[in-house]
Design a protein around this ligand. Structure first.
Ligand SMILES: Cc1ncc(COP(=O)(O)O)c(C=O)c1O
Length: 434
């Protein structure tokens, strides 16, 4: 993005802002769809909407023949309003609001049912509503993550299958689902294979069981292996403002050797233990559709966040910058962690001197802990009031999942940069139908 356009936007909007690159989202989506086709897998992608609230990504999902994974009535309404058909919605989350359950059934969305009492509620809503059968997947509690609060245990699943049979025409049991924390491929492949077997057993019981959802969790690689390894080996409190301690294990894995679409292709080619077949082959042999709910990976390179430097203060050997927003617009701090891709300085002064100018970045709030970047970043120019700070690749979870108008500060607006049909990039504000 041209720094001139960023400076214009900063002036026009008069505060921090996010910009969105929907073409990157579409390119990621198309690449994932192509990877499914190349592996001979009948698959369908649901964009996990929780990863970003912008309307434009819902519009791009609809235009790209994808569905949307929603976890609230408001997300469902947004997805429908921006063009996604009800039958292309996946409703996830624990103990869903009855309003959400009812809307999902009315709109023929797929419900990933998380508990037995939820299943009972779904069946009774479908029976009393007499609109159409409820489409459900049964969410499994993963063996590998037995302490997860999501999903049903094997004995609960057995009961759930019985209740689906008893539910008759009120319910269509379409298969099973899971979502695993972490980013390893083998546990996903292993659990996918187990779900394929469960579908085959459920079919013997007379249920449809033709789809499995493997949730999200395709990793995004923000940096190269060498930078990441060096960072993890060398990072220590002296590198941070106030000698702050961060534990390496608490950081998102900012480097992944295989990420995004390549991780999907690798997953499809993985042989679940102890099978001789790959995930793709198991799915094809059993005639099962693979459903995915990627959030972060669809948003890779699809947005960034810009703040303006509002103050510069000297400390011993480094500076503290104060920007015109808060770390709530860069959510990672709120997970005992730090957003590690370095912010880039865009100086006002084109002739700013070069050198190494370490600085940490704080928010415009009265909270001691409200720091956007505790690390002392080695900026190549001396930061000055009015300069811009550009945080890259923030569309996936960073920019808005924790946002709050604390201190009555306005939420940073989202600017959509359209690059497709125009000779020069054009911008507009993201528009919701509310
Ligand atoms: C059920 C479910 N599906 C999909 C996702 C999206 O995961 P990711 O953004 O890592 O792809 C999540 C994330 O929490 C989830 O809970």
């Amino acid at each position: 993005m041209a720094s001139g356009l960023l400076a214009e936007l900063a002036y026009a909007l008069g505060g921090p802002f996010h910009f969105l690159l929907p073409d990157a989202f579409t390119a990621n989506l198309t690449a994932m769809q192509d990877a499914l086709t190349a592996a001979g897998v009948d698959g369908f992608i649901y964009y996990a909407k929780k990863a970003n609230k912008a309307a434009v990504f819902a519009e791009r999902a609809a235009a790209g023949a994808a569905g949307i994974d929603v976890a609230s009535a408001a997300e469902l309404r947004e997805a429908l309003g921006h063009g996604v058909r009800g039958e292309h919605l996946m409703v996830t989350g624990p103990a869903k609001d009855p309003v959400l359950l009812r809307l999902a059934i009315v709109h023929s969305a797929t419900l990933a049912v998380d508990a037995l009492d939820e299943l009972d509620q779904v069946i009774s809503l479908a029976l009393t509503g007499r609109v159409r059968p409820a489409r459900v997947l049964l969410r499994v509690l993963p063996d590998a993550q037995p302490h997860s609060r999501f999903g049903m245990s094997p004995s609960e699943l057995a009961t759930a299958l019985e209740r689906c049979i008893q539910g008759g025409d009120a319910i269509r049991m379409e298969g099973f689902s899971f979502h695993l924390s972490g980013y390893a491929l083998q546990p996903r492949a292993d659990l996918a294979a187990r779900l394929v077997e469960q579908c085959l057993r459920a079919r013997v019981m007379g249920l449809e069981a033709s789809r499995i959802s493997i949730g999200g969790g395709l990793p995004v690689s923000y940096t190269d292996a060498k930078s990441w390894d060096t960072f993890l080996e060398t990072q220590r409190p002296a590198h941070y403002h106030a000698n702050k301690t961060f534990h390496s294990g608490d950081f998102y894995p900012y480097h992944s050797p295989v990420a995004g679409t390549r991780a999907l292709a690798a997953l499809l080619a993985t042989r679940p233990k102890p099978s001789a077949s790959t995930v793709a082959e198991l799915l094809a042999d059993a005639g099962i559709e693979l459903l995915l709910e990627p959030g972060r990976a669809l948003l890779d390179q699809a947005g960034a966040t810009v703040f303006r430097v509002q103050g510069v203060k000297d400390r011993d050997g480094y500076q503290i910058l104060t920007v015109d927003g808060t770390s709530l617009s860069l959510s990672e701090q709120w997970f005992n962690s730090e957003y590690l891709p370095d912010p880039q300085l865009i100086p006002l002064d084109q002739d700013a001197p070069s050198g190494v100018f370490p600085a940490s970045v704080g928010a415009a709030t009265c909270l001691e802990s409200d720091m956007l970047t505790w690390r002392k970043i080695a900026f190549p120019h001396p930061p000055r009031v009015g300069d811009l700070l550009f945080y890259p690749n923030t569309a996936g979870y960073q920019m808005d999942s924790n946002e709050s108008p604390f201190h009555d500060l306005p939420l940073p607006p989202k600017v959509v940069i359209d690059r497709t049909d125009h000779v020069r990039p054009r911008w507009r504000l993201d528009r919701h139908f509310t």
